[in-house]
Design a protein around this ligand. Structure first.
Ligand SMILES: [Zn+2]
Length: 317
């Protein structure tokens, strides 16, 4: 497609386990129209794509010149071929030609990629990465993901799986991870690991208001830490330290200008980022350290949608 034909707008699609976020986005990243439809993954990708197509046809009156679409979802997605191998949220969607299915339904060129890659691309162009060329975005939640931009391009690797920061190993023979291996970043700093850490300290007899709080959650631990609860603060110090070890490895490999931290747990902010920054100071060579900033991501839960749309722009021009 020639660049001069790209004067219209693009569709961003962020497929979650429950809902699909949709947005019609201008070429420079302004969301012109947004909406949501239920995912109902059990109906299969063709039916889900048709639901997106119906939404798009309704909205198209406001922006008739939609020229491409970007589709993001969690899981192992080969972004080069637009092929979904497996998604933890979309049961039964194994080995699905995601870009092809959406392209046929929407009659548009479609790029598909992992939602964290999409979020990283969104943050790179419109959020915490603006002005950089070498940028990394990490998402912290139940899972831990990563998206890497080198010299302005998303790094996908030979089959699309690059950036799986959550499954890099930072503790030999460490705790078991969801991927079946041991000692991964995700197994040490994901939401479940944070709750386990708090429980272990409570069982060791450390005093804390969390002892009376019934079911432990990351949010509850963060609230307690903000109120000065020493055990809760220690939970985030230990978690942030481990995050810092993982990030130090990334800094040495990629020499980024900014690493942005997003996802649900990043709401804990400096509780987790300050200890991570301290560890990085101790781990990273001084000259490299001077170049990098560790910040919170800026776009919240619209990062993937915006990134999907903007990746469509850059892919098809
Ligand atoms: Zn793992």
């Amino acid at each position: 497609m020639r660049k001069e034909s790209l004067m219209g707008c693009v569709l961003g699609v962020d497929i979650g386990g429950t809902n699909i976020k949709l947005g019609i986005v201008s070429m420079d990243g302004e969301v012109l129209e947004s909406g949501m439809v239920p995912t109902r993954a059990e109906e299969g990708p063709e039916v889900v794509a048709r639901r997106v197509g119906i939404w798009l046809r309704e909205k198209r009156a406001n922006c008739p010149d939609i020229v491409a679409a970007g589709v993001g979802c969690a899981g192992l997605v080969d972004g080069v071929r637009g092929f979904l191998h497996y998604s933890p949220n979309l049961h039964g969607w194994d080995d699905v030609p995601l870009a092809g299915i959406f392209s046929e339904e929407l009659s548009l060129p479609v790029v598909a990629d992992n939602d964290v890659n999409m979020a990283a691309y969104g943050e790179y162009l419109k959020g915490a990465g603006v002005g950089t060329k070498h940028f990394i975005c990490i998402t912290l939640g139940t899972g831990v993901g990563g998206g890497i931009i080198v010299d302005g391009d998303l790094v996908r690797g030979s089959s699309g799986f690059a950036g799986e920061f959550g499954h890099t190993v930072i503790q030999v023979d460490g705790p078991l991870c969801s991927c079946g291996k041991r000692g991964c970043v995700e197994a040490l700093i994901g939401a479940d690991a944070i709750v386990r850490r708090a429980r272990r300290l409570l069982e060791a007899g450390d005093e804390s208001r969390l002892a009376d709080s019934g079911q432990l959650t990351v949010k509850g631990i963060a609230d307690a830490a903000l109120d000065g609860d020493k055990l809760a603060i220690r939970v985030f110090e230990e978690t942030g330290h481990l995050l810092g070890i993982g990030l130090s490895n990334l800094v040495h490999i990629f020499n980024p200008e900014v690493i942005a931290i997003g996802g649900g747990i990043s709401g804990a902010g400096d509780l987790i980022l300050d200890p991570a920054r301290e560890t990085i100071k101790g781990q990273v060579m001084n000259r490299v350290l001077a170049d990098v900033r560790i910040v919170q991501a800026e776009l919240g839960n619209k990062a993937s949608l915006l990134g999907a749309a903007l990746l469509a722009v850059s892919n098809f021009k």
